[in-house]
Structures are given as structure tokens and as C-alpha cells.
Design a binder for this molecule. Structure first.
Ligand SMILES: C[S@@+](CC[C@H](N)C(=O)[O-])C[C@H]1O[C@@H](n2cnc3c(N)ncnc32)[C@H](O)[C@@H]1O
Length: 221
């Protein structure tokens, strides 16, 4: 089936998504620099861009930058007074992401903060950052509960939180999994479920990136 999923996604990329050449440049520069190909697909990136538009978002927070591919999709429709903060552990990834993003000349302000995301999120909260309109979680799945905890503190009523990779080839339903990433995602889902401030759903996806899915959360702070 994977071949068919890939072909259908390629079809929709051509017909609907139509990413600019600059997006492909991010991926080729990332590949050349030896970064893992664990970025979102173009179709998923476009969905992030559409969420920014639907929300009329001005303030976006991303956890997990890699080479800046999803960052570019999130930034694409942010207005001139928009602000995007993206958090990355690896300084060399952040450096490449900065170069990749500089090529676009987006009108909004983009800041890459290097370090462990949990620490960076705590620092953002302590520095009394205004709440974000959209938060995209896509770093270490074993830390998703901590990301969620800080993300809620950095939210307002109406903030959208999106968490990527919550299906993991269906392993999410394997309660006996010894994989800390699966257990991280399971604990995250349980945490979302138990928190009365959150309304959520999860969608399974197939395509160029295989079988996975994402969780979309509405915060009622
Ligand atoms: C799946 S990739 C992000 C992909 C990116 N969002 C995209 O779609 O283009 C996950 C990223 O999170 C980073 N990461 C992993 N653990 C982290 C941590 N504790 N704090 C911050 N970033 C982390 C990794 O170095 C990697 O670049």
C-alpha cells in the first residue's frame, strides 16, 4: 500500500499543495548536511499553513525545528507583525534552519531558541511571553507531557495545539510497548484526556511519511 499512498500524495502535492521551490531547497540542503528526513511532508506543512490562516494567528510556537521545513510552512502566512519562536536542541540543526529560513525573507519575526525544549518553554513562561495562537509539538516524543504542560501555560482560550507522530505505525495502542517514544505518546494522550481544559481529536495519516497521525487540541484556559 505504501507505493499507492506515496503516489496519491504526489498527486495532491501537484494538484493542491504546490510547494514553492524554496521548500524543496530546505529539504535538499538538510539532506546534504546529513539531517535525518523526519520533517513533515509538504501536505502536512500546507495544513499547518492553513491552520495559521484559519486562526488568523500572529503568535506561533514550534517545538522541534530540524532544518526549518515545518517552520517555513508555519511562517509562510504569518503577517508582518507575526512572531514565530521555534525550539531546537541541536545547535548545528538550528544554524542550518536559520540559513534556510533567511532565504525566504518572511515579513514576520522568526526566532530559533537553541537548547532543551523543556528548559526553553519554562524560560518563555518565566519571561511572561504573551500567549501563543498556535503551538506545534514535534520534538522528543518521550517529553510530550512536559511540552504539553508548558504549552498550556503559554496558551489562552482558543489556542490550537498540534502534536505530531501520535500514531507511530499503530504502536500507540500497544500498552506493553517498551519504546519510550510510544510510552511518551500514550502518556500524552492520557494527559490530554484527563485535562478538562482541553478538547481534542487525533487523525491517522498515510502517505510519503508512512503511517502515523497527529493530535489537534483546543485549549479552554
Ligand atoms: C521530527 S524533528 C522536527 C521536524 C520539523 N518540525 C519539521 O517538520 O521540519 C524533531 C526535532 O526535535 C529536536 N529535538 C529533539 N529533542 C529535543 C529537545 N529535548 N529539545 C528541543 N529539540 C529537540 C531534534 O533535534 C529534531 O530536530
Amino acid at each position: 500500500m505504501e507505493q499507492l499512498w506515496t503516489e496519491v500524495e504526489q498527486y495532491f502535492d501537484q494538484v493542491l499543495v504546490k510547494p514553492d521551490a524554496e521548500f524543496a531547497n530546505i529539504l535538499s540542503a538538510s539532506k546534504e548536511a546529513g539531517l535525518p528526513a523526519i520533517n513533515v511532508s509538504a501536505a502536512q506543512g500546507k495544513l499547518l499553513e492553513l491552520f495559521v490562516r484559519f486562526l488568523g494567528a500572529h503568535r506561533v510556537l514550534e517545538v522541534g525545528t530540524l532544518g526549518g521545513y515545518s517552520t517555513a510552512w508555519l511562517a509562510k502566512s504569518l503577517p508582518r507583525d507575526g512572531y514565530l519562536i521555534t525550539l531546537e536542541l541541536e545547535p548545528t540543526y538550528a544554524e542550518l534552519a536559520q540559513k534556510n529560513l533567511d532565504r525566504f525573507s518572511f515579513p514576520c519575526k522568526i526566532e530559533i531558541k537553541v537548547g532543551d525544549a523543556v528548559q526553553s518553554l519554562q524560560t518563555l513562561h518565566e519571561s511572561s511571553e504573551a500567549p501563543f495562537d498556535l503551538i506545534f509539538l514535534d520534538a522528543n516524543k518521550a517529553q510530550y507531557c512536559e511540552y504539553l504542560d508548558w504549552s498550556i501555560k503559554l496558551s489562552r482560550t482558543g489556542t490550537m495545539i498540534i502534536a505530531d507522530n501520535v500514531v507511530r505505525k499503530g504502536e500507540v495502542i500497544n500498552s506493553k510497548s517498551e519504546d519510550p517514544l510510544i510510552q511518551g505518546v500514550r502518556k500524552f494522550n492520557a494527559m490530554v484526556s484527563a485535562d478538562k481544559r482541553l478538547q481534542a481529536t487525533a487523525l491517522q495519516t498515510v502517505g510519503i511519511k508512512g503511517y502515523d497521525g497527529f493530535c489537534v487540541i483546543y485549549v479552554d484556559a
